[in-house]
Write a protein that binds this ligand. Structure first.
Ligand SMILES: Nc1ncnc2c1ncn2[C@@H]1O[C@H](COP(=O)(O)OP(=O)(O)OP(=O)(O)O)[C@@H](O)[C@H]1O
Length: 307
Protein backbone atom coordinates (compact mmCIF):
# COMPACT_ATOMS: atom_id res chain seq x y z
CA UNK A 1 0.00 0.00 0.00
CA UNK A 2 1.23 3.55 -0.68
CA UNK A 3 2.33 5.79 2.15
CA UNK A 4 -0.74 7.96 1.66
CA UNK A 5 -3.95 7.21 3.51
CA UNK A 6 -5.64 9.74 1.26
CA UNK A 7 -4.38 10.47 -2.22
CA UNK A 8 -6.78 12.37 -4.48
CA UNK A 9 -6.20 14.31 -7.69
CA UNK A 10 -8.24 16.95 -9.47
CA UNK A 11 -11.53 16.45 -7.64
CA UNK A 12 -14.45 18.59 -8.78
CA UNK A 13 -17.99 18.71 -7.42
CA UNK A 14 -20.91 20.91 -8.41
CA UNK A 15 -24.25 21.30 -6.67
CA UNK A 16 -26.47 22.85 -9.34
CA UNK A 17 -24.48 25.77 -10.71
CA UNK A 18 -22.29 26.01 -7.60
CA UNK A 19 -18.74 24.79 -8.06
CA UNK A 20 -18.26 23.59 -4.51
CA UNK A 21 -14.99 21.66 -4.88
CA UNK A 22 -12.68 22.97 -7.56
CA UNK A 23 -9.67 20.89 -8.60
CA UNK A 24 -8.76 19.49 -5.20
CA UNK A 25 -5.58 17.42 -5.01
CA UNK A 26 -4.47 16.29 -1.57
CA UNK A 27 -2.19 13.69 -0.04
CA UNK A 28 -2.48 12.75 3.62
CA UNK A 29 0.35 10.75 5.17
CA UNK A 30 0.04 7.86 7.59
CA UNK A 31 -0.07 8.42 11.35
CA UNK A 32 -0.34 12.19 11.54
CA UNK A 33 -3.00 14.81 12.19
CA UNK A 34 -3.99 16.70 9.05
CA UNK A 35 -5.98 19.88 9.61
CA UNK A 36 -8.52 21.02 7.07
CA UNK A 37 -9.36 24.70 7.37
CA UNK A 38 -11.43 27.25 5.55
CA UNK A 39 -14.32 29.66 6.00
CA UNK A 40 -17.94 28.49 6.28
CA UNK A 41 -19.23 27.00 3.07
CA UNK A 42 -15.76 26.65 1.53
CA UNK A 43 -16.32 22.98 0.70
CA UNK A 44 -14.60 21.15 3.57
CA UNK A 45 -17.47 18.76 4.34
CA UNK A 46 -18.06 18.09 0.66
CA UNK A 47 -14.34 17.39 0.16
CA UNK A 48 -14.28 14.98 3.11
CA UNK A 49 -17.33 13.19 1.72
CA UNK A 50 -15.68 12.91 -1.70
CA UNK A 51 -12.48 11.59 -0.18
CA UNK A 52 -14.23 8.80 1.68
CA UNK A 53 -16.51 7.73 -1.17
CA UNK A 54 -19.77 9.07 0.29
CA UNK A 55 -20.14 11.42 -2.67
CA UNK A 56 -19.03 10.80 -6.25
CA UNK A 57 -16.89 13.53 -7.81
CA UNK A 58 -17.91 15.05 -11.16
CA UNK A 59 -14.26 14.70 -12.18
CA UNK A 60 -11.03 13.52 -10.62
CA UNK A 61 -9.83 10.33 -9.01
CA UNK A 62 -8.06 8.99 -5.98
CA UNK A 63 -7.82 6.52 -3.18
CA UNK A 64 -8.57 6.37 0.51
CA UNK A 65 -6.68 3.71 2.53
CA UNK A 66 -5.69 2.27 -0.84
CA UNK A 67 -9.33 1.84 -1.97
CA UNK A 68 -10.61 3.62 -5.05
CA UNK A 69 -12.92 6.49 -4.04
CA UNK A 70 -15.23 5.87 -7.02
CA UNK A 71 -15.54 2.10 -7.07
CA UNK A 72 -14.74 0.93 -3.53
CA UNK A 73 -16.85 3.17 -1.33
CA UNK A 74 -18.18 0.23 0.70
CA UNK A 75 -14.64 -0.87 1.66
CA UNK A 76 -13.74 2.70 2.59
CA UNK A 77 -16.81 3.04 4.82
CA UNK A 78 -15.91 -0.17 6.63
CA UNK A 79 -12.36 1.00 7.27
CA UNK A 80 -12.61 4.66 8.21
CA UNK A 81 -14.13 6.30 11.28
CA UNK A 82 -16.22 9.30 10.19
CA UNK A 83 -17.48 11.82 12.72
CA UNK A 84 -20.05 14.05 11.07
CA UNK A 85 -20.62 17.67 11.99
CA UNK A 86 -24.04 16.93 13.41
CA UNK A 87 -24.21 14.78 16.54
CA UNK A 88 -26.06 11.73 15.32
CA UNK A 89 -26.69 9.46 18.30
CA UNK A 90 -29.88 8.76 20.17
CA UNK A 91 -30.65 11.11 23.05
CA UNK A 92 -32.89 8.59 24.76
CA UNK A 93 -30.31 5.80 24.79
CA UNK A 94 -27.47 5.63 27.32
CA UNK A 95 -23.85 5.96 26.23
CA UNK A 96 -23.44 2.19 26.48
CA UNK A 97 -26.61 1.53 24.47
CA UNK A 98 -25.54 3.92 21.74
CA UNK A 99 -22.13 2.26 21.48
CA UNK A 100 -23.73 -1.17 21.50
CA UNK A 101 -26.00 -0.08 18.65
CA UNK A 102 -23.01 1.03 16.58
CA UNK A 103 -21.20 -2.26 17.32
CA UNK A 104 -24.28 -4.10 16.03
CA UNK A 105 -24.26 -2.05 12.83
CA UNK A 106 -20.66 -3.10 12.24
CA UNK A 107 -21.73 -6.68 13.03
CA UNK A 108 -18.98 -7.02 15.60
CA UNK A 109 -19.02 -10.48 17.20
CA UNK A 110 -17.67 -9.53 20.65
CA UNK A 111 -19.83 -6.48 21.27
CA UNK A 112 -19.68 -6.37 25.06
CA UNK A 113 -15.87 -6.48 25.05
CA UNK A 114 -15.62 -3.90 22.26
CA UNK A 115 -17.97 -1.48 24.02
CA UNK A 116 -16.16 -1.95 27.36
CA UNK A 117 -12.84 -1.19 25.67
CA UNK A 118 -14.25 1.95 24.02
CA UNK A 119 -15.77 3.15 27.30
CA UNK A 120 -12.49 2.65 29.08
CA UNK A 121 -10.19 4.18 26.48
CA UNK A 122 -12.22 7.39 26.33
CA UNK A 123 -12.89 7.59 30.07
CA UNK A 124 -16.63 7.08 29.64
CA UNK A 125 -17.18 4.20 32.15
CA UNK A 126 -18.51 6.39 34.93
CA UNK A 127 -21.21 7.71 32.62
CA UNK A 128 -21.96 4.53 30.70
CA UNK A 129 -25.55 4.43 31.94
CA UNK A 130 -26.26 8.12 31.54
CA UNK A 131 -28.82 9.11 28.93
CA UNK A 132 -27.07 10.71 26.00
CA UNK A 133 -29.54 13.60 25.81
CA UNK A 134 -28.42 14.79 29.25
CA UNK A 135 -24.70 14.95 28.37
CA UNK A 136 -22.77 18.21 27.94
CA UNK A 137 -21.31 19.03 24.50
CA UNK A 138 -17.86 17.78 25.53
CA UNK A 139 -19.15 14.37 26.65
CA UNK A 140 -21.32 14.02 23.55
CA UNK A 141 -18.31 14.62 21.38
CA UNK A 142 -16.33 12.07 23.37
CA UNK A 143 -19.12 9.55 22.77
CA UNK A 144 -19.08 10.35 19.05
CA UNK A 145 -15.32 9.76 18.95
CA UNK A 146 -15.70 6.47 20.85
CA UNK A 147 -18.39 5.37 18.39
CA UNK A 148 -16.33 6.12 15.30
CA UNK A 149 -13.30 4.34 16.85
CA UNK A 150 -15.26 1.22 17.77
CA UNK A 151 -14.20 -0.79 14.73
CA UNK A 152 -10.57 0.33 15.21
CA UNK A 153 -10.23 2.27 11.95
CA UNK A 154 -6.80 3.26 10.69
CA UNK A 155 -8.15 6.61 9.46
CA UNK A 156 -10.41 9.06 11.25
CA UNK A 157 -12.29 11.76 9.33
CA UNK A 158 -13.54 14.33 11.81
CA UNK A 159 -15.76 17.14 10.58
CA UNK A 160 -15.57 20.06 13.02
CA UNK A 161 -15.61 17.70 15.99
CA UNK A 162 -15.23 20.41 18.62
CA UNK A 163 -17.64 23.05 17.31
CA UNK A 164 -19.41 24.59 20.28
CA UNK A 165 -17.40 22.66 22.87
CA UNK A 166 -15.75 24.48 25.81
CA UNK A 167 -11.95 25.00 25.85
CA UNK A 168 -11.20 22.35 28.48
CA UNK A 169 -13.16 19.66 26.66
CA UNK A 170 -11.53 20.73 23.38
CA UNK A 171 -8.08 20.40 24.94
CA UNK A 172 -8.93 16.91 26.27
CA UNK A 173 -10.25 15.93 22.85
CA UNK A 174 -7.01 17.01 21.20
CA UNK A 175 -4.93 15.13 23.77
CA UNK A 176 -6.92 12.08 22.73
CA UNK A 177 -6.31 12.72 19.02
CA UNK A 178 -2.58 12.98 19.63
CA UNK A 179 -2.66 9.76 21.63
CA UNK A 180 -4.41 8.02 18.72
CA UNK A 181 -1.98 9.48 16.19
CA UNK A 182 0.95 8.23 18.28
CA UNK A 183 -0.60 4.76 18.02
CA UNK A 184 -0.52 5.04 14.22
CA UNK A 185 -4.08 6.24 13.54
CA UNK A 186 -4.21 8.88 10.79
CA UNK A 187 -6.55 11.80 11.37
CA UNK A 188 -8.05 14.33 8.96
CA UNK A 189 -9.88 16.98 10.96
CA UNK A 190 -11.72 20.09 9.84
CA UNK A 191 -11.78 23.01 12.23
CA UNK A 192 -12.27 26.75 12.53
CA UNK A 193 -10.18 27.07 15.68
CA UNK A 194 -6.66 28.46 15.26
CA UNK A 195 -5.29 26.81 18.39
CA UNK A 196 -6.42 23.49 16.92
CA UNK A 197 -4.84 24.27 13.56
CA UNK A 198 -1.57 24.85 15.38
CA UNK A 199 -1.80 21.38 16.89
CA UNK A 200 -1.93 19.65 13.49
CA UNK A 201 1.15 18.13 11.85
CA UNK A 202 0.04 19.32 8.40
CA UNK A 203 -2.61 21.75 7.22
CA UNK A 204 -4.63 22.52 4.13
CA UNK A 205 -6.56 25.76 3.69
CA UNK A 206 -9.51 25.84 1.31
CA UNK A 207 -11.69 28.79 0.25
CA UNK A 208 -14.40 28.94 -2.42
CA UNK A 209 -13.75 25.27 -3.12
CA UNK A 210 -10.09 25.79 -3.98
CA UNK A 211 -7.07 24.65 -2.06
CA UNK A 212 -5.07 27.80 -1.38
CA UNK A 213 -2.15 26.33 0.53
CA UNK A 214 -1.00 23.19 2.29
CA UNK A 215 1.94 22.07 4.39
CA UNK A 216 3.34 22.53 7.87
CA UNK A 217 2.10 25.58 9.80
CA UNK A 218 5.57 27.17 9.86
CA UNK A 219 5.96 26.74 6.08
CA UNK A 220 2.48 28.15 5.38
CA UNK A 221 3.31 31.24 7.46
CA UNK A 222 6.75 31.68 5.83
CA UNK A 223 5.34 31.25 2.30
CA UNK A 224 3.16 34.37 2.53
CA UNK A 225 6.11 36.54 3.41
CA UNK A 226 4.08 38.80 5.67
CA UNK A 227 5.71 41.08 8.26
CA UNK A 228 3.47 41.97 11.19
CA UNK A 229 3.34 44.68 13.85
CA UNK A 230 1.14 45.01 16.88
CA UNK A 231 -0.32 48.44 17.55
CA UNK A 232 -2.00 49.46 20.81
CA UNK A 233 -3.83 52.70 21.48
CA UNK A 234 -7.10 54.60 21.20
CA UNK A 235 -9.57 54.31 18.33
CA UNK A 236 -7.99 51.25 16.74
CA UNK A 237 -10.91 50.95 14.32
CA UNK A 238 -10.23 54.45 12.96
CA UNK A 239 -6.52 53.71 12.79
CA UNK A 240 -7.22 50.46 10.98
CA UNK A 241 -9.28 52.28 8.33
CA UNK A 242 -6.54 54.84 7.79
CA UNK A 243 -3.87 52.16 7.47
CA UNK A 244 -5.94 50.04 5.09
CA UNK A 245 -6.20 52.95 2.67
CA UNK A 246 -2.43 52.73 2.10
CA UNK A 247 -0.93 50.46 -0.55
CA UNK A 248 1.96 49.39 1.70
CA UNK A 249 -0.45 47.80 4.19
CA UNK A 250 -1.50 44.30 3.17
CA UNK A 251 -3.96 43.85 6.02
CA UNK A 252 -5.08 45.00 9.46
CA UNK A 253 -6.85 42.77 11.96
CA UNK A 254 -8.27 43.75 15.33
CA UNK A 255 -7.46 41.34 18.15
CA UNK A 256 -9.19 42.74 21.24
CA UNK A 257 -7.15 45.73 22.38
CA UNK A 258 -4.47 45.19 19.76
CA UNK A 259 -4.34 45.86 16.04
CA UNK A 260 -2.22 43.55 13.90
CA UNK A 261 -0.83 45.35 10.88
CA UNK A 262 0.86 43.35 8.13
CA UNK A 263 2.75 44.20 4.98
CA UNK A 264 5.50 42.86 2.78
CA UNK A 265 7.97 45.72 2.99
CA UNK A 266 9.19 46.78 6.45
CA UNK A 267 10.36 50.23 5.37
CA UNK A 268 7.05 50.93 3.61
CA UNK A 269 4.95 49.90 6.62
CA UNK A 270 7.10 51.88 9.02
CA UNK A 271 6.80 54.93 6.77
CA UNK A 272 3.01 54.59 7.04
CA UNK A 273 3.26 54.44 10.83
CA UNK A 274 5.39 57.58 10.82
CA UNK A 275 3.03 59.40 8.46
CA UNK A 276 0.06 58.61 10.71
CA UNK A 277 1.93 59.47 13.91
CA UNK A 278 1.91 55.88 15.19
CA UNK A 279 4.90 55.52 17.48
CA UNK A 280 3.83 52.47 19.46
CA UNK A 281 4.03 49.67 16.87
CA UNK A 282 5.95 46.55 17.91
CA UNK A 283 7.11 43.92 15.39
CA UNK A 284 5.66 40.49 16.22
CA UNK A 285 5.76 37.05 14.61
CA UNK A 286 3.07 36.63 11.96
CA UNK A 287 0.55 34.10 13.27
CA UNK A 288 -1.32 31.38 11.42
CA UNK A 289 -4.49 33.38 12.00
CA UNK A 290 -2.98 36.49 10.35
CA UNK A 291 -2.04 34.34 7.36
CA UNK A 292 -5.43 32.62 7.05
CA UNK A 293 -7.26 35.96 7.19
CA UNK A 294 -4.92 37.23 4.50
CA UNK A 295 -5.49 34.18 2.31
CA UNK A 296 -9.24 34.39 2.76
CA UNK A 297 -9.36 38.06 1.79
CA UNK A 298 -7.26 37.42 -1.30
CA UNK A 299 -9.43 34.47 -2.30
CA UNK A 300 -12.50 36.71 -1.96
CA UNK A 301 -10.90 39.06 -4.49
CA UNK A 302 -9.82 36.22 -6.79
CA UNK A 303 -12.67 33.72 -6.71
CA UNK A 304 -15.48 35.25 -4.66
CA UNK A 305 -17.70 36.05 -7.60
CA UNK A 306 -17.25 32.74 -9.39
CA UNK A 307 -19.51 30.43 -7.43
N1 LIG B 1 -26.18 18.38 -0.85
C1 LIG B 1 -26.01 19.65 -1.19
N2 LIG B 1 -26.80 20.25 -2.10
C2 LIG B 1 -26.62 21.52 -2.48
N3 LIG B 1 -25.66 22.32 -1.98
C3 LIG B 1 -24.85 21.81 -1.06
C4 LIG B 1 -24.98 20.46 -0.61
N4 LIG B 1 -23.99 20.21 0.31
C5 LIG B 1 -23.32 21.36 0.44
N5 LIG B 1 -23.81 22.31 -0.37
C6 LIG B 1 -23.29 23.69 -0.54
O1 LIG B 1 -21.92 23.57 -0.87
C7 LIG B 1 -21.14 24.60 -0.26
C8 LIG B 1 -20.02 23.98 0.54
O2 LIG B 1 -20.58 23.30 1.66
P1 LIG B 1 -19.70 22.46 2.69
O3 LIG B 1 -20.64 21.97 3.74
O4 LIG B 1 -18.91 21.45 1.95
O5 LIG B 1 -18.73 23.58 3.28
P2 LIG B 1 -17.91 23.61 4.63
O6 LIG B 1 -16.59 24.23 4.30
O7 LIG B 1 -17.89 22.27 5.26
O8 LIG B 1 -18.77 24.62 5.52
P3 LIG B 1 -18.88 24.77 7.12
O9 LIG B 1 -17.54 25.21 7.64
O10 LIG B 1 -19.93 25.82 7.27
O11 LIG B 1 -19.31 23.43 7.63
C9 LIG B 1 -22.12 25.42 0.57
O12 LIG B 1 -22.48 26.53 -0.18
C10 LIG B 1 -23.29 24.48 0.76
O13 LIG B 1 -24.48 25.19 0.92
Amino acid sequence: MSDWVIDVQGLHKHFGDKHVVNDLSLQVGRGGIYGFLGPNGSGKTTSIRLMCGLLTPDAGSGSCLGFDIRSQAAEIKRNVGYMTQKFSYWDDLSIRENLDFVARMYQMPNRREVVDRALESLGLQSRAKQLTGSLSGGWKQRLALAACMLHQPKLLLLDEPTAGVDPTARRDFWEELHRLAAQGVSVLVSTHYMDEAERCHQLAYIAYGRLLTKGRASAIIAEQNLLTWQVAGQDLTGLSNQLRARAEIAQTVLFGEMLHVSGHDAAGVEACFAALGINHATPIATSLEDVFIYLMQRSQDNFGGER
